[in-house]
Design a protein around this ligand. Structure first.
Ligand SMILES: C[S@@+](CC[C@H](N)C(=O)[O-])C[C@H]1O[C@@H](n2cnc3c(N)ncnc32)[C@H](O)[C@@H]1O
Length: 411
């Protein structure tokens, strides 16, 4: 393991802890009691609880099969085909060139998972979970992309010993630039290399849901100019430009990525409203002039020292009164423990481990880092779908005494 990894700060409750420990130990003894399972199933008041736990455990065991069913449907383009019109097994078997006996197993599995459903006259149609897959290309692309992660994790213990030597680390060219000096990021706006094009395309395709969360949660009317840091091909900027026609924009990203972005902005007729600022936040200061800086799905890709550096540079680039908006998937906060959604964390912990540099942080951890960079009034902006992203806001209330030195590299 050559990459230094940051540790998450896990909250410990010293006084309440001993009571909680005792309660947890008692529960564990109950769960382990050989008679509990039978007793609980025999009791109409507790049966549902035991059934639910057994089902949850079964689903954990079967998760690989579930995701392979999903991937098969995506690769066969089943969701789009059935969105067009429901079809029978024999129609689908002919069309897809698969034996009906085999295809039927896939279709029945997809029905069981809610992706498809039975329709009249023996036809199959889309289930409620299949509909978004037919409509949003970005979801299908992420499902296909996850295959890289699952290949890396095929031998999970080997993966834990040697996490970022697989396909996912290879996929993200910048993830290793901060710790491995031999990995250099292109510093000229040369033709975008295939790797930059590949991930930028995936990010643009999958950013729609995040953009929707931000645009529907934050009021942009008080701002004049937005600097999007790690802007990618500019999907967020393009959609925000349509949402808030008074805004001007700056986009900061690595040179090959902004070469791709230029084509996208031209296609959207936005060239006059957007200034492209190629650079690396590892080495360059952020451009001045914006009164709102956005960091969308950027911090979680980087180690703590780099994130702290980006936040300090954002603080230095903003005028007094300026705002930083940070949006990305975050670990479930402690005060939401027990609520649905925590399993999403497991995915991101492993995804970011395979990628090689960043980590999933709680809103609290990011909040502290923002405060350390000088931001005040740091708060969580409530949004409807935290699975896509949670949103933090911080304000620059004053210049820091050493702000002029913020461009000094911390790594
Ligand atoms: C995970 S992508 C997110 C892109 C976009 N904000 C989105 O949500 O789709 C992270 C972005 O940060 C950019 N990036 C990574 N390292 C960078 C660096 N050192 N300087 C500037 N941008 C960087 C990448 O090129 C990429 O576009």
């Amino acid at each position: 393991m050559s990459q230094p990894l940051d540790l998450a700060a896990i909250a410990t409750h010293s006084t309440r802890g001993s009571l909680k420990d005792a309660w947890q130990a008692r529960l564990e003894r109950w769960y382990a009691h050989p008679g509990l399972y039978r007793w609980s199933l025999g009791n109409p008041l507790t049966r549902w609880l035991t059934r639910r736990r057994t089902r949850q455990l079964f689903d954990l065991m079967a998760g690989f099969v579930h995701s392979q069913v999903l991937l098969s449907c995506v690769r066969l383009d089943l969701f789009r085909v059935l969105h067009h019109a429901p079809a029978t097994l024999s129609e689908l078997a002919r069309r897809l060139g698969l034996a009906p006996e085999v295809l039927q197993r896939l279709l029945l599995s997809a029905v069981a998972l809610g992706l498809l459903e039975h329709r009249s006259q023996g036809r199959f149609g889309l289930g409620s979970l299949g509909v978004p897959l037919a409509q949003h290309e970005g979801i299908a692309q992420m499902i296909e992309h996850n295959h890289l992660l699952y290949q890396d994790m095929q031998d999970p213990l080997q993966f834990l010993r040697n996490a970022w030597s697989g396909g996912m680390a290879e996929y993200w060219p910048y993830a290793h630039a901060q710790t491995e000096p031999q990995v250099t990021l292109p510093n000229e706006a040369s033709a975008p290399s295939e790797k930059f094009e590949r991930y930028s395309q995936l990010m643009a395709a999958s950013q729609g849901f995040v953009v929707q969360e931000i645009v529907s949660s934050y009021y942009f009317g008080d701002h004049r100019c937005v600097l999007d840091v790690g802007a990618g091909k500019g999907r967020f900027v393009s959609e925000l430009a349509a949402h808030a026609p008074h805004l001007e924009f700056q986009m900061f990203d690595l040179p090959p990525v902004l070469t791709l972005a230029r084509e996208n902005l031209q296609a959207h007729g936005l060239v006059d409203r957007v200034t492209l600022c190629p650079g690396s936040f590892l080495h360059d200061p952020l451009p001045q002039g914006a009164d709102l800086i956005t960091l969308v799905r950027v911090a979680h890709d980087h180690p703590d020292a780099v994130v702290q550096q980006i936040l300090q540079k954002a603080h230095a680039a903003l005028p007094v009164g300026g705002v930083l908006l940070l949006a990305e998937p975050m670990a479930q906060p402690e005060d939401e423990a027990g609520q649905a959604g925590a399993s999403v964390d497991a995915y991101f912990h492993f995804y970011l481990l395979a990628m090689g540099a960043g980590r999933l942080r709680t809103p609290h951890e990011l909040q502290k880092m923002m405060e350390q960079a000088g931001f005040t009034h740091v708060e969580t902006l409530p949004n409807a779908m935290p699975i896509h992203a949670r949103i933090l806001l911080g304000r620059k209330s004053q210049c820091l005494p050493l702000e002029s030195k913020n461009s000094v590299n911390l790594i």
